[in-house]
Design a protein around this ligand. Structure first.
Ligand code: G3H
Ligand code: 13P
Ligand code: NA
Ligand code: ZN
Length: 316
């Protein structure tokens, strides 16, 4: 079955790596995530957003994730897997996920006034902990779109708030804002220009104030320029798509950051592969002929990320 994130994060903290948290909406993505993590011996968090629930049906996603647990036994040595709600926006949504078998939830009250964020998070924590489910909370706001909420600028996490917040809410991990953002357009820069570094000073101050406490990075896709180029080569139009440089993620993974969220990188790899088949093999119309190559490329991308960026490979 699913495990909560407690042991996963304790191990990541002790050994200096980050557990991958990969989003999924469909079968090929989930197969790729599970295959890559089994083949690289990495613990994994598979996460579902409310948008994913709307797209694929909550019941379907939950059973797919249970299917993924069973599938691991068929393909190799099973790895620890958590089923996590990404960006939960209400107590009711978190409760629904907890009641239906999720092992971890995020309650994202980051856009709320501080005291309201605390009250909402605390309420979720009480219900979750009674059910052995771990809770991720968030302080600070990422620029860009977070589900239905969008912000023009980063509101960096204020390190002065983190001890009070964690103590009063009892949350198990904390997502912080240090310059990452969601999607494929993370910085407004021209191609080839370097991007501003993440605020490692804030991360360091947060972890000094919360020794041994697991930190989470959202919006951490690196937006591989090869995938972007392939998309554009085969009829796409992604202008100035740019992500977080891998060396910054490597550095983050070695720190108190124990969970790194990646969704956009999978979307890009999948789109590149599908576009390529459509253009180079226009006679194909069997979805397996374009989703299959997309799945193959996804597996390679996730394995590479586990091995050479997050450091989560060969940990189980
Ligand atoms: O937080 C953003 C994740 O990438 C989920 O995206 O809300 O479009 O499913 P989504
Ligand atoms: P990316 O858009 O950078 O992949 O971030 C995903 C994420 O944070 C999901 O919660
Ligand atoms: Na880490
Ligand atoms: Zn996110």
């Amino acid at each position: 079955g699913f495990v909560n994130t407690k042991e996963m994060f304790a191990n990541a903290m002790k050994e200096g790596y980050a557990v991958p948290a990969y989003n999924f909406n469909n079968m090929e993505q989930l197969q790729a995530i599970v295959t890559a993590c089994v083949e690289s011996g990495s613990p994994v968090i598979v996460q579902v957003s409310s948008g994913a629930r709307k797209y694929a049906n909550a019941t379907m996603l939950r059973w797919m994730a249970r299917g993924a647990v069973e599938m691991m036994k068929d393909i190799g040595k099973p790895v620890p897997i958590a089923l996590h709600l990404d960006h939960g926006d209400s107590f009711e949504l978190c409760k629904d996920c907890i009641d239906s078998g999720f092992s971890s939830v995020m309650i994202d009250g980051s856009h709320l006034p501080y005291e309201e964020n605390i009250a909402l998070t605390k309420k979720v924590v009480e219900y979750a902990h009674a059910n052995d489910v771990t809770v991720e909370a968030e302080l600070g706001v990422l620029a860009g779109i977070e589900d239905e909420v969008s912000a023009e600028h980063h509101t960096y996490t204020d390190p002065a708030q983190v001890e009070d917040f964690v103590k009063r809410t009892g949350c198990d991990s904390l997502a912080i804002s240090i310059g990452t953002s969601h999607g494929a357009y993370k910085f407004k820069v021209k191609p080839g220009e370097s991007v501003p570094p993440l605020r490692f000073d804030i991360l360091e101050e947060v972890s000094n104030r919360l020794p041994g406490f697991p930190i989470v990075l959202h919006g951490a896709s690196s937006v591989d320029q090869k995938a972007v180029a392939t998309i554009n080569q085969y009829g796409g139009k992604l202008d100035n798509a740019v992500g977080i440089p891998e060396d910054q993620l490597r550095k983050a993974a070695k720190s108190a950051v124990c969970k790194i969220n990646v969704d956009s990188d999978g979307r890009l790899v999948m789109t590149a592969a599908v576009r390529k088949v459509f253009v180079t093999k226009p006679e194909e119309f069997d979805p397996r002929k374009y989703l299959g190559p997309a799945r193959t490329d996804l597996i390679a991308m996730y394995k590479e990320k586990n091995q050479s960026v997050l450091g989560s490979a060969n940990r189980v």
